[in-house]
Design a protein around this ligand. Sequence first.
Ligand code: PMP
Length: 450
Amino acid sequence: MTPQPLPEVGAAVKAADRAHVFHSWSAQELIDPLAVAGAEGSYFWDYDGKRYLDFTSGLVYTNIGYQHPKVVAAIQEQAARLTTFAPAFAIEARSEAARLIAERTPGDLDKIFFTNGGADAVEHAVRMARLHTGRAKVLSAYRSYHGGTQQAVNLTGDPRRWASDTASHGVVHFWAPFLYRSRFYAETEEQECARALEHLETTIAFEGPATIAAIVLETIPGTAGIMIPPPGYLAGVREICDRHGILFVLDEVMAGFGRTGDWFAADLFGVVPDLMTFAKGVNSGYVPLGGVAISGAVAETFARRPYPGGLTYSGHPLACAAAVATINVMAEEGVVENAKRLGASVVEPALRELAARHPSVGEVRGVGMFWALELVRDRETREPLVPYNATGEANGPMAAFAAAAKKHGVWPFVNMNRTHVVPPCNVSEAELKEGLAGLDAALGVADEYT
Ligand code: PMP
């Protein structure tokens, strides 16, 4: 893993990218993507030979790091044997992936519908809920991200929804609990939980319970800020759903497959949804794959009536072979336990210690390898450190923070006024300490804006 400097190749890669690649969620001329030459484990490097410790796990998906040899070998073997086959057939890699996933999902979520990623998993979960209940509306949280396709972006609460919102999609948003920026004037987790549940009940009452097919929630909202729901909240939502005949959909695209130190975040709270979406960590994103885990009752709806939906690449053999190998690696190498143990023994104490020394840290929250630091200008008022300068360019305090982290060899996750600490779940203690030292230095830069 010794990166060779190849600056001319890097310049050519960059030039072709700038000429022809249209990037997601970006103003095309205001971005400057790093040309990446290679990656292994928790690190990647550029064509100048500079290495970065990846504290982002890509987009929070390389839960076993880059280029795991067993998963690479499994993809190669599958490619040599049967690279692709249409979804209507029973294929070994597909059936084995479904079996391994169903074995790990909570409750009776035993049937797996495969998609190409997270957003289409969410789309299908909603379609199944609507067909199962015969109802149209779907409730989701303002502070949420569910994907970039039409229904998934409508469900999404964050402002990325605005540009595509057609307002004719049957989605009603509500406030889920978040004590640090409470919408309910709560001062304790108990108050936040009780008032958030009351607010949800009121929303349902005014929308008409018999019109609502599903409540869709990220078990732990990820992109929107890693907000751990207070004890009792998800169990409370489950109870409300049961009382009104509403299906409970948990989106575990980001929180699932070891990220929280359990196979699924739902396990942390002891709740079993009716439908659960997954993607990302299912095969560490080595080949695009997502899916919906379906309860017995919902699956029964489509036992003698066709499910009206499908995808050409549903359960693609290469993606499923990667999932089988990834899940086996996670089990054999104790990856989920590693996330739990090092999250509690290394990350949490280190982040709390950083918060005690750096005035820019307003709050630390998280679990496993799923942590957020909320950066603020003023701890009393909780005014966020803004990501942009007055003209809208991303060169404000958060950009300065990110540049400082990169200078120290750590690639940080930055979203709005937050940095998320989301390294691979099989990260080592030494790597974590190296990354946390880089964050320490970068927080010194953020402090200058307090
Ligand atoms: N749901 C959640 C919770 C996510 O975090 C994401 C992606 N960040 C998605 C859905 C969408 O997944 P994809 O980008 O694979 O479509």
